[in-house]
Design a protein around this ligand. Structure first.
Ligand SMILES: Nc1ncnc2c1ncn2[C@@H]1O[C@H](COP(=O)(O)OP(=O)(O)OP(=O)(O)O)[C@@H](O)[C@H]1O
Length: 239
């Protein structure tokens, strides 16, 4: 018996203004995994997450979620299915309070119905956000805004969380905290696809990983296998 992957991307081609950036990407995420997507600047990692979220139109290939083709669906339909993307550019409502930003993260009807209890869970995970619940998001520090972005995504009650460089711009201690929080979120039952520049920490956290170069997957394996790979060490671990 073959089991169905939660997310299955086959031969995905996508890009901008008719110019292909992804030249046939294959990637799967099984339910319950943390999967890392690493690679150099401009490799196409963000474009892959945008294609999953329906923000970039695919030019070929398929994206299946729980067996259904979702390539070509609108972003809000994809959110309804339980896929929530956390973009790199935080995208917060800077003039609104922390609490208001969190409440706006509950986009689907189910998430809206549960948002009272979900906000309590978010505050348990991020006590700092509870202390600052009435502060305007735009006046929070970079690290606090990063936490708020992640907490807001959780308000959408995702099944699959797609994280685009959650540690960008964070001081080293906050990077460690962020990875700890992601591990905690994963332990609570969420499936995670994560893009990161912090390759070492990401592959230590991930069950499996993919290396992307120039719009193609060039290597995949368990986190440990990739950490032991000479090419990965040379290209991404700066040794
Ligand atoms: N909105 C856009 N319009 C046109 N080209 C774009 C756009 N966004 C990205 N690109 C191009 O697509 C290619 C892949 O970019 P992408 O952001 O997916 O890479 P990445 O692997 O996430 O890189 P980084 O690690 O630097 O964030 C790059 O050549 C980039 O210049």
């Amino acid at each position: 018996m073959t089991t169905m992957a939660m997310l299955e991307i086959d031969d995905l081609r996508a890009g901008y203004d008719g110019i292909e950036v992804l030249h046939g990407v294959d990637l799967t995420v099984e339910e319950g995994e943390i999967v890392a997507l690493v690679g150099s600047n401009g490799a196409g990692k963000t474009t892959t997450t945008r294609a999953i979220a329906g923000i970039v139109e695919s030019m070929g290939g398929s994206i299946r979620y729980r067996g259904d083709e979702i390539g070509g669906e609108d972003p809000h339909e994809i959110v309804e299915r339980g896929i929530v993307q956390v973009p790199e550019d935080r995208d917060l409502f800077t003039g609104l309070s922390v609490r208001e930003n969190l409440l706006l993260g509950a986009q689907t009807d189910d998430a809206k119905a549960d948002r009272g209890s979900t906000i309590e869970e978010a505050f348990d995970l991020f006590p700092r956000l509870e202390e600052r619940a009435d502060q305007r998001a735009g006046t929070m520090s970079g690290g606090e805004q990063q936490m708020l972005t992640l907490a807001r995504a959780l308000m959408g009650a995702p099944d699959l969380l797609v994280l685009d460089e959650p540690s960008t711009g964070l001081a080293p201690q906050l990077v460690a905290d962020m990875f700890g929080t992601i591990a905690e979120i994963h332990d609570s039952g969420l499936t995670v696809l994560i893009i990161e520049q912090n390759v070492q920490q990401t592959l230590e956290l991930a069950d499996r990983g993919y290396v992307m170069e120039n719009g193609r997957i060039t290597l995949d394996g368990t986190g440990d296998e990739l950490l032991d790979d000479e090419g990965v060490v040379e290209a991404y671990l700066g040794v």
